[in-house]
Design a protein around this ligand. Structure first.
Ligand SMILES: Cc1cc2nc3c(=O)[nH]c(=O)nc-3n(C[C@H](O)[C@H](O)[C@H](O)COP(=O)(O)OP(=O)(O)OC[C@H]3O[C@@H](n4cnc5c(N)ncnc54)[C@H](O)[C@@H]3O)c2cc1C
Length: 509
C-alpha cells in the first residue's frame, strides 16, 4: 500500500493535469498524477493503425513564436527546445471554403498578411478587416494573464458579455466576409446565441500570431511534460481510475482508486469535468445549489472524426487546414439537422515524415450530437476495457463516414480517391476515453449571456481541492495552459508564478 503523503495529488493526466504537475513539481512540490487510461495526455493521445501514429484531438497550436503567450509558458517549463514543431503556411494556415464557391479564403499568419490577403479578395472591405484585427488585439490586451500581467481585473470587463457573432457583424455588412472571419469557429464550436467574443479573439489571435503542428504527434507535449515531472521526482500512475475523493472537516484526505488503493496528499487538483469531480465527492461542504449550477451548465457539442489513412505517396501535404460550410450560416453549424449533416467539416493534415511532400493521414472532423449515438450509451469501450459494440453501431459509422466522405469529395476528390482506410471516432469514443459528459469535445461551453456562470473558480469549498483543465477557464492547448496558471496560482501564488515565468523568458531573451 502506498502511504506516501504527496504535496499534490492530481486526478487526470490530460494537458491540464500534466501542466499543473510540471509547474508544481518544478517549484519543489512532490506530485502524484493519477490517470485512468493506459496512455497519458487525454485529448493529446495518439493511437496506432496500419503502422501509423494518428492524433486524436490536437491538430494545430497557436502562439508558439518567441515571446508569444504559449511560448512563454512552455519556455518556463523548458519545453521549447524539445518540441518538434512545423510552422504552417504563412500565406494561409486556415482556408475557409463554401459550397458553390471556388475561392479559398485564407487566414494569413501575422496581422499584416492576414489583412493584405483578405483585402485582395474583398478590396472594398479593408477598413472592416483592419478594424476586426484591431479589436482582436485590443481584447487580448485587456486579458491580464494572456499578457503575463499581475493585474486582477480585465481592462475592459465588458468583453466577457459580448457576442462573437454580433461583434464580427458590426465590422461589415458583407455576408461572405462575416462568414470568412468566423470561418474557423470549429476551434471553439461557435454558436450564435452563446459564443463570447473574447473566446473568438483569444483563440484567433494566437493562430494569427503563429500556427504550428506537432511534427511528431500531439502526444509529444504529454511525453515532454511527463519526463519533466519524473525528473522533478513526481509520479504518474496510469490505469489508475479515481472513484472517490474523501473529505473530513472540509478538507480532502485521500483519493480512492478503483483498485481500492488510497492516495494521500496535502492538496488535490482535479483535471476532470467538474460535474464528474463533484460526483466523486462525498461531502456536505459542497452545497446542492453549487452542484446543480455546475450540472446545469451546457457542454460544447461532440464530434465525428474520420482518421483517414492515405495510400503511400499519393496525396500532397498542403501545410494548411480547411474549414468547409454548406452556406454562410456559420454560427449555426453545431445545430445541424439530419438532412443537412455534414453541414460543416474541418480537414487537418499530418506533417509528412522524412521530408516527403506527401502526407500519410488526415483528420476530417465534423460535429455530432449525443442523441445520434445515445442508443449505445450503456456500452463502454477503451483499449483497457475492450467491449465490442453492436453491429448496428459499425453500420452507423459506415453510413456516416460515407456521407462525410461524399461531401468532402466535392472539394477534395483526390483525398477521397487516395483513401486507403479510415477509423472513426464518435461521441462515445470521447466520452469513454476522456470521461467528458456526452463526449463533449471542449467541455463547458462559455456563454456571453451569462459569463460569470460559465467561468468556474479553480477553488472549491473543500479547502485543499482545486480544479483545472478546459472546463474551468478556456479549452485548447493555449486555454488549458492559461487555466493551469490560474490553478497553480491558487496554490503557490500568482505573483510568484508569473514572475518566475517572466524571469525565465528574460533569461532566454
Ligand atoms: C477532436 C478534438 C480536436 C481538437 N483540436 C485541437 C486543436 O487543434 N488545437 C487545440 O489547441 N486544441 C484542440 N482541442 C482541444 C484540446 O485538445 C483540449 O482542450 C485539451 O487537450 C483538454 O485538456 P484537459 O486536460 O482539460 O482535458 P482532457 O484531455 O480531457 O484530460 C482529462 C484526463 O482525465 C482523465 N480521467 C478522466 N476521468 C478519470 C478518473 N476517474 N480517474 C483518473 N483519470 C481520469 C482522462 O482519461 C484524461 O486523460 C481538440 C479537442 C478535440 C476533442
Amino acid at each position: 500500500m502506498d502511504t506516501t503523503q504527496y504535496d499534490v495529488v492530481i486526478i487526470g493526466a490530460g494537458l491540464g493535469g500534466l501542466l499543473c504537475g510540471a509547474i508544481l513539481s518544478k517549484e519543489g512540490m512532490k506530485v502524484c498524477i493519477l490517470e485512468k487510461n493506459e496512455q497519458i495526455g487525454g485529448s493529446l493521445q495518439t493511437f496506432r493503425r496500419d503502422g501509423l501514429s494518428l492524433d486524436t484531438g490536437i491538430h494545430y497550436i497557436g502562439g508558439l513564436d518567441k515571446g508569444q503567450t504559449l511560448y512563454q509558458i512552455f519556455n518556463y517549463l523548458g519545453m521549447m527546445d524539445r518540441l518538434e514543431l512545423a510552422k504552417m503556411d504563412e500565406g494561409g494556415f486556415d482556408m475557409i471554403l463554401f459550397k458553390d464557391d471556388d475561392i479559398q479564403y485564407p487566414h494569413g499568419m501575422g496581422y499584416e498578411r492576414f489583412i493584405s490577403l483578405l483585402t485582395v479578395i474583398f478590396p472594398d472591405e479593408k477598413t472592416a478587416i483592419v478594424t476586426y484585427c484591431d479589436e482582436i488585439r485590443k481584447t487580448c490586451k485587456s486579458v491580464p494573464l494572456y499578457n503575463m500581467s499581475l493585474e486582477d481585473k480585465y481592462e475592459d470587463p465588458d468583453i466577457l458579455s459580448q457576442s462573437a457573432k454580433t461583434i464580427i457583424e458590426s465590422f461589415t455588412t458583407n455576408e461572405k466576409l462575416r462568414a470568412v472571419l468566423a470561418g474557423s469557429n470549429m476551434l471553439y464550436a461557435g454558436y450564435a446565441t452563446r459564443t463570447p467574443w473574447y473566446v473568438h479573439a483569444l483563440i484567433q489571435n494566437s493562430y494569427i500570431e503563429s500556427s504550428w503542428r506537432c511534427s511528431k504527434g500531439g502526444d509529444q507535449i504529454a511525453k515532454i511534460l511527463a519526463r519533466q515531472i519524473k525528473t522533478n521526482d513526481g509520479q504518474i500512475l496510469t490505469k489508475a481510475t479515481v472513484t472517490g475523493i474523501h473529505e473530513e472537516n472540509g478538507a480532502a484526505i485521500y483519493a480512492e482508486l478503483e483498485s481500492g488503493h488510497k492516495i494521500y496528499g496535502a492538496r488535490y487538483i482535479s483535471n476532470l469535468h467538474p460535474s464528474i469531480t463533484l460526483d466523486m465527492l462525498d461531502s456536505k461542504a459542497i452545497k446542492p445549489v453549487y452542484k446543480n449550477r455546475i450540472k446545469g451548465l451546457d457542454n460544447s457539442v461532440s464530434a465525428f472524426v474520420l482518421n483517414v489513412i492515405l495510400k503511400p505517396n499519393s496525396y500532397k501535404y498542403s501545410n494548411r487546414n480547411y474549414y468547409y460550410f454548406d452556406d454562410l450560416n456559420v454560427w449555426n453549424a453545431t445545430n445541424y439537422t439530419e438532412e443537412n449533416w455534414p453541414f460543416t467539416y474541418g480537414i487537418f493534415e499530418a506533417v509528412p515524415h522524412d521530408d516527403s511532400i506527401y502526407t500519410e493521414s488526415v483528420s476530417v472532423m465534423t460535429y455530432m450530437k449525443w442523441g445520434e449515438i445515445s442508443q449505445w450509451e450503456n456500452t463502454f469501450n477503451t483499449s483497457i476495457h475492450e467491449t465490442s459494440r453492436a453491429e448496428e453501431y459499425e453500420s452507423f459509422k459506415q453510413l456516416k463516414a460515407k456521407k462525410l466522405l461524399d461531401t468532402v469529395a466535392l472539394k477534395f476528390p483526390d483525398l477521397v480517391k487516395h483513401t486507403k482506410s479510415w477509423y472513426a471516432a464518435t461521441p462515445l469514443t470521447y466520452r469513454d476515453y476522456l470521461a467528458t459528459p456526452m463526449g463533449s469535445i471542449y467541455g463547458i461551453a462559455k456563454d456571453y449571456t451569462n459569463p460569470i456562470r460559465t467561468q468556474i473558480s479553480p477553488n472549491t469549498k473543500i479547502s485543499n481541492l482545486y480544479l483545472t483543465g478546459q472546463n474551468i477557464k478556456l479549452h485548447g492547448v493555449l486555454g488549458v495552459a492559461l487555466t493551469s496558471l490560474v490553478t497553480c496560482s491558487s496554490i503557490i501564488g500568482k505573483e510568484y508564478l508569473i514572475n518566475k515565468i517572466i524571469k525565465a523568458n528574460e533569461a532566454a531573451a
